[in-house]
Write a protein that binds this ligand. Structure first.
Ligand code: G3P
Ligand code: MG
Length: 245
């Protein structure tokens, strides 16, 4: 059986505040072989790991990341909203996570959150940072902004890209190929076994998100996906171990 990448969605986000170093550390303990994270950019070009464009849902700050300096973003508390035990967790930088993954073989899926705000220059900065850490062979760049992904491929053909989408793509493997992408990061209910088979024939991997139900995990594993993005890497690790993968 092929090795299916067990991507921890925003780190171990079921048990830790999402996109914090606590969540990333924990995901590795729980058996993740990959990590998915979201990157936004500060007004002075800092690359920070947070899902929303704004601070308010997951921190004690307010306002948009794009209007803050890196220093301002690093000052907020990104743990207390989730639980008192996580008080003092900070918003990590992309560098913090790349540093954690040095010397490991974890795959890193960096989702560029440049759908609402375009963050000019973000692609170059992310790619340069990945290269600084010699991680280009272990990174997959993804985004709902497919223009951005095509641009990433044009400036860094050696780095894998994954098309994020919800539904409604006709022959998604052809669409992926037209953007020179390597993978389809589809919402899991848009994934059928025949799609996976066809994509695989075309050399395109499926990495569905966000799969938290073990029965759905089993269905997708049987369908032949190359990876699964989940809030519960422990559950997926257990299933994969039981199936000898
Ligand atoms: O990358 C998969 C998934 O994270 C995409 O959606 O909103 O959780 O970033 P979202
Ligand atoms: Mg994401």
């Amino acid at each position: 059986m092929k090795n299916i990448i067990n991507f921890a969605h925003r780190g171990a986000s079921a048990v830790c505040p999402e996109n914090t170093m606590a969540a990333f550390h924990k995901s590795l303990v729980l058996g993740a072989t990959g990590i998915e994270t979201d990157v936004q950019m500060t007004k002075d070009g800092g690359l920070v790991l947070i899902h929303d464009e704004a601070l308010s849902r997951t921190t004690d700050g307010t306002g948009y990341i794009k209007d803050k300096t890196l220093q301002e973003v690093l000052e907020v508390d990104a743990g207390s909203w989730f639980g008192a035990a996580f008080k003092g967790e900070k918003i990590p930088t992309l560098e913090d996570l790349l540093d954690l993954l040095q010397g490991r073989d974890t795959i890193l899926n960096i989702e560029l959150k440049n759908g609402l705000f375009l963050y000019p220059g973000m692609e170059e900065k992310v790619i340069a940072t990945v290269r600084d850490f010699h991680m280009s062979e272990r990174v997959i760049l993804s985004s709902f902004n497919h223009y951005s992904l095509a641009y990433c491929k044009s400036i860094a053909p050696d780095i894998l890209t994954g098309i994020l989408y919800g539904e409604g793509l006709y022959r998604p493997w052809d669409y992926a190929a037209s953007l020179k992408a390597d993978a389809l990061h589809a919402t899991h209910y848009a994934v059928l076994p025949e799609f996976v088979a066809e994509a695989t024939l075309h050399g395109i991997d499926y990495h569905p998100f966000t799969v938290n139900d073990p029965e759905r995990m089993k269905y997708l594993i049987a369908a032949g996906v190359a990876g699964i993005i989940t809030d519960h890497p422990d559950l997926l690790a257990e299933l994969l171990a039981a199936q000898g993968g």
